[in-house]
Design a protein around this ligand. Sequence first.
Ligand code: PLP
Length: 424
Amino acid sequence: MDPSEAERITQETVEKYAKYVNPTALNLLKLGGFDKIEWEGCGATLRDLEGKEYIDCLGGYGVFSLGHANPVVVEAAVQQMRRLPLSSKTFLNKPLADLSELLASVAPGDLQYSFLCNSGTEAVEAALKFARMATGRTGFVSTIGSYHGKTFGALSASGRERYKTPFAPLIPGFTHVSFGDTEALSAVIGQDTAAVILEPIQGENGIHVAPDGYLQAARRLCDDQGALLILDEVQTGLGRTGKMFACEHWGVAPDLMTLSKALGGGVVPIGAVLGTPTVWDKVFRENPFIHTSTFGGGEMVCAAAIAALRLTLDDNLPAEAARKGERLLGGLRQIQQRYPDLLAETRGLGLMIGVEFKDADVGKLTIGSLVHHGVIAAYTLNNPKVMRFEPPLIISDAQIDHVLTAFESAMHETQELLADLLGE
Ligand SMILES: Cc1ncc(COP(=O)(O)O)c(C=O)c1O
């Protein structure tokens, strides 16, 4: 496209954001150098309207495991879309049945049934409702800093006050304890606990991997007290951490598991909650319509999710994530050692990696610099000190090496800038 035409369209879109979308968000995008129009995506690469290319290391917080506009998933969606995109909700829906069967075949433990919805937060809402109904109890235990979504139930489960206080009162019955602390968990689970809800790796709180033994202890404590274990694998699920589901790193299977993000293959919005026959029986036996969704599980999104899941299995993407994750994590750790005054820690599993800065503002400066080097990254929502790297699982080794070179350059520039500012 002619550069002046691209500039004109970009300017028009900026004005529409200011006038009709969200002026404060626009200002933040401008600060980070993200006030460009995303135009095309292919594999791990995004291209803006002016033709500049970026390696996407934010990866839609785990949505783009198969890259952008994956042709196999797009084709599956288009074929189904031409014939019957949405369910009439009267007859049987074959793609929904096929997807549910496929999910049961890959899910850990006894997670045989699926309820399909449209997003992560809806999956969490469903899981919380199912836990109350299946146990007849009202209490929930969650963790400080956790992120489960922004609808009322999911927000009540989430663990950062900044996003909750303006909407109080939230749903009663939630107790929050420190993530990874088995004793704290044991102190609050009781006869009133319907469920404990955990992310195996806290994503938005800055990529905190559950310490060894923690999920096993949570499972045991839930069993002892007759409570359910909900694992929120919306961000960690479907290969990202080096296993199909993160809970498999510790051999733990939940009673309810939430999925979304990568489930749609980076092409369609879809969420799911998987549950055991015991839970399903208690929730749906008397009234099969006790929990429903108009759009959830439509034929087109299910066809796309089936294609995405088959690709994930056929190409063994969990193993790819494990191998590539070691390459990226190892490289980032080496860079961390060269900037001990600015970087505190690098951690993660598979291709879910966080680099913790000592100061959040320094992290934000580096993100801005990184984008000039053609790499997109972002900080985690509940912990702005942590820059996350969640690239597509199909990223190439050469692209990982490019990301590492760009991060080193961005760190160097940030250090120089800080030295200038501090007059060193
Ligand atoms: C672990 C987890 N649960 C739930 C959600 C909410 O998903 P959504 O934004 O699709 O509602 C997210 C989103 O980041 C998440 O990371």
